[in-house]
Design a protein around this ligand. Structure first.
Ligand SMILES: NC(=O)c1ccc[n+]([C@@H]2O[C@H](COP(=O)([O-])OP(=O)(O)OC[C@H]3O[C@@H](n4cnc5c(N)ncnc54)[C@H](OP(=O)(O)O)[C@@H]3O)[C@@H](O)[C@H]2O)c1
Length: 345
């Protein structure tokens, strides 16, 4: 199959290229850049020297139709929706890594993303691309909305108990930390090396745009409207997310019973690993891999459950999950191109 990447010069575009380059069943036939159109790829990504000799193309729907069967959009939110709808109208399958097609409600999108949705007619048919929850829908999808990085870690952490209806939603607090690549490659004051190194801080407390996405998906699992407190933090590392989730339960359960629910829920999921007790997830154990490491810890003194979830934001939180979705959509083995061992020194 021939695949294209729109926005290949960004962090997730680069990660998609790394994963797809060694995928036997696909060929990268169309790579676009807005600012670097016409430039050799290895000038922008020097690590591709002598590996991939190609030139970045400007976006053209005619070229996409001629050269590809499926396109990944790795553009910023707001920029993605117009191009994705043009590609869909031309009949191409699309996996969108941006947030533009994740929320089902266009008004909610406008409220959190501070812009009007330009293609709301695609929201109903876009499939939320979390394979552990929506595998069958992804198989038949033409447009997959790849989940956000924080939502991937949080939803995988909470899904087994949300689906059981045993979470006391009023008590739910998610404290998540991400490495700096989560913000993309465009430089800014807060991401400047001296500003974020030797520093650790929260940002957008109770105001982050991933909140409604998580509430939408948890609400579907729980069969009720759900709201909770979410506070993201910026870690002085490049890759990785660790989410620490605090919640009380509506029924009495011990840690063994909770673990059994997780074991059962993820029994056939290659990329979700429930760690043996008492191990806790670490970002370096999932580094550059498609794994999500989970742990559940019952605080018996406070009758509170603590769930920990670690992913690599660029892989399971973006490009790896997108490749997993592509494999499902195109009928390849789901793990194709994703069987890498996490990178450890
Ligand atoms: N980084 C993460 O961990 C992560 C995780 C999950 C989802 N996402 C989502 O994935 C998408 C890409 O994220 P990223 O981190 O890869 O961002 P990025 O590093 O900033 O890259 C964005 C890409 O979009 C292109 N672009 C920017 N403005 C454009 C415009 N007006 N028209 C056409 N192309 C434009 C840039 O290309 P040129 O400069 O070459 O034109 C670049 O290739 C975002 O929607 C983000 O929210 C990111």
């Amino acid at each position: 199959m021939r695949v294209g990447i729109i926005g290949v010069t960004g962090y997730t575009g680069n990660e998609l290229m790394r994963l797809l380059f060694s995928h036997d069943d696909v060929e990268l036939t169309y790579l676009t850049s807005h600012s670097f159109a016409g430039k050799p790829l290895d000038e922008i990504h020097p690590h591709y020297l002598k590996i991939m000799e190609t030139v970045c193309r400007p976006f053209s729907v005619e070229e996409a139709v001629e050269k590809t069967d499926l396109v990944f959009s790795a553009l910023p939110h707001g920029e993605s929706m117009e191009k994705v709808s043009i590609l869909r109208e031309a009949g191409l399958k699309v996996i969108d890594l941006s947030a533009d097609f994740r929320l089902k409600d266009a008004a909610l999108y406008s409220e959190w993303y501070k812009r009007k949705h330009l293609a709301p007619h695609y929201l109903a048919t876009a499939v939320y691309g979390l394979p552990e929850l929506y595998r069958e829908e992804i198989r038949g999808a033409s447009l997959v909305a790849n989940p956000g990085c924080y939502p991937t870690s949080v939803l995988l952490g909470l899904a087994p108990l949300a689906a059981r209806g045993v979470l006391d939603w009023e008590t739910l607090v998610v404290d998540a930390k991400s490495g700096t690549s989560g913000a993309g490659r465009v430089p800014s004051q807060t991401l400047h090396y001296p500003e974020c190194t030797e520093n650790f801080r929260a940002y957008r407390a109770a105001d982050h745009q991933h909140t409604p996405e998580m509430e939408q998906e948890l609400g579907k699992l729980a069969g009720q409207e759900v709201e909770f407190t979410f506070v993201p933090h910026l870690l002085p590392i490049i890759r990785g997310i660790l989410s620490t989730i605090y919640v009380k339960l509506t029924v009495k359960m011990d840690e063994k019973e909770i673990r059994d629910i997780y074991e059962e829920f993820y029994r056939n999921e290659q990329f979700v690993r429930l760690l043996p007790s008492p191990s806790l997830p670490e970002t370096r154990n999932v580094y550059a891999s498609n794994y999500c490491d989970l742990a559940v810890k019952w605080d018996s003194r406070k009758n509170r459950l603590i769930i920990l979830s670690a992913i690599d934001n660029l892989v399971k939180g973006a490009a790896g999950q997108a490749v997993q979705n592509m494999n499902i959509m195109l009928g390849f083995k789901e793990s194709k191109g994703l069987n890498m061992v996490p990178l450890r020194p």
